[in-house]
Design a protein around this ligand. Structure first.
Ligand code: ADP
Ligand code: MG
Length: 277
C-alpha cells in the first residue's frame, strides 16, 4: 500500500539504469533492508513499458534463483516502485570491476545457479534477453540471482521477430542480429544461453571476450565480430570441462547450442554441485 512505501527510508543509491534508480532502503518499523527500484511518472514510454514488463514478470516468479519481489507500489502521480530483496554483494559486474578473479569452482557454482534460474524462467515461458554480469546479483553467501526483466519476454504462441531487437547488443546472440543465417527453429530461449556463455567467459578472462582488454565496445565492430567472426574460445589454460561448457553455449547456430536441461547435465556444472556439499 501507499502507506507502506512511506515506511521505507532511503539509505543510498545502488545503481542507475535506463530511466530508473535503485536504492538501498530500510523499513522503519522492521529494520529490514531491501532494494527499491523507482521509475518516475514523467519518464518516457519505453522506460514505462519496461517497468511494467518487469512488474508483470516479477509478480509471476518465485524461485531462489530469481531476485524476489516483496511489493509493487504505484503512486497517483504515475511513479512506480518495485521492492526487492537486497543483494549485498552487488552484481557480478561490480565484482569484476573490483578486480575479483573467479576460480573455476566458483564459475561452476555461478553457472549452476544461473542455469537453475534460466531453467525456471524457460519452463515458465519467460526469455530473459539481457543476461550479462550487471544483471546477475550476488550476496555474501555467493548466491547468484537473475534480475532486471525490463526487456524480457513472455512467449506466447508466435514469435514477433520485429520486437526481438532489445537487450544489450554486446551480449546478443548471432540469431538476434541475423535470424535467417543462425536461427533455424529460432525460439528465443537459445539467446539466453549464448549470453550465459559469454558472461562466464568474461568472468574467466576479466574482460569482454570479443574485445581486447581495455577496448571500448563500438557497436558496428561488435556486431560484425558476433555475426561474421568465430565465437570466442576459452584461454588454453582453462580446464577441458570449462572450455567444453563455453563451446556448448557459444554455438553460432542457435539450434546447435545446448539447452538449459542439457547444460545442467554438463560435467562442468557437476563441478559446481560437488563443491556445494
Ligand atoms: P536497469 O534496467 O536500469 O539496468 P537493474 O535492475 O539492472 O536496472 O538495476 C540497476 C543496478 O542496480 C544493478 O546493476 C545493480 O547494481 C543495482 N541493483 C538492482 N537490483 C538490486 C538488488 N536487488 N540488490 C542490490 N543491488 C541491486
Ligand atoms: Mg540492468
Amino acid at each position: 500500500t501507499a502507506q507502506e512505501i512511506d515506511r521505507l527510508e532511503k539509505l543510498q543509491v545502488l545503481g542507475h539504469g535506463n530511466g530508473g534508480t535503485v536504492y538501498k532502503v530500510r523499513h522503519k518499523t522492521t529494520q529490514a533492508i531491501y532494494a527499491l527500484k523507482v521509475v518516475h511518472g514523467d519518464s518516457d514510454a519505453t522506460v514505462r513499458r519496461q517497468i511494467f514488463r518487469e512488474m508483470d514478470i516479477l509478480r509471476r516468479t518465485d524461485s531462489p534463483f530469481v531476485v524476489r519481489c516483496h511489493g509493487i507500489f504505484e503512486k497517483p502521480a504515475g511513479d512506480i516502485a518495485i521492492l526487492m530483496e537486497y543483494m549485498d554483494s552487488g552484481t557480478l559486474d561490480t565484482l569484476l570491476k573490483n578486480n575479483a578473479t573467479f576460480s573455476e569452482p566458483t564459475l561452476a557454482k555461478i553457472a549452476l545457479q544461473v542455469l537453475n534460474g534460466l531453467n525456471y524462467l524457460h519452463a515458465h515461458k519467460i526469455v530473459h534477453r539481457d543476461i550479462k554480469p550487471s544483471n546477475l546479483l550476488v550476496n555474501q553467501k555467493m548466491e547468484v540471482k537473475i534480475s532486471d526483466f525490463g526487456v524480457s519476454k513472455i512467449m506466447c504462441r508466435t514469435l514477433d521477430p520485429c520486437n526481438s531487437y532489445v537487450g544489450t547488443c554486446a551480449y546478443m546472440s548471432p540469431e538476434r542480429f541475423d535470424p535467417d543465417t543462425y536461427g533455424v527453429n529460432y525460439n528465443g530461449y537459445a539467446g539466453d544461453i549464448w549470453s550465459l556463455g559469454l558472461t562466464l567467459l568474461e568472468l574467466y578472462m576479466g574482460h569482454f571476450p570479443f574485445l581486447p582488454a581495455g577496448q571500448r565496445p563500438d557497436w558496428a565492430t561488435l556486431m560484425c565480430a558476433i555475426c561474421f567472426g568465430e565465437p570466442p574460445s576459452s584461454p588454453e589454460e582453462a580446464s577441458e570441462e570449462f572450455r567444453s561448457f563455453v563451446e556448448c553455449c557459444l554455438q553460432k547456430e542457435s539450434s546447435k547450442r545446448w539447452t538449459v536441461s542439457e547444460l545442467l547435465l554438463h560435467p562442468f556444472v557437476s563441478m559446481g554441485r560437488r563443491s556445494e556439499e
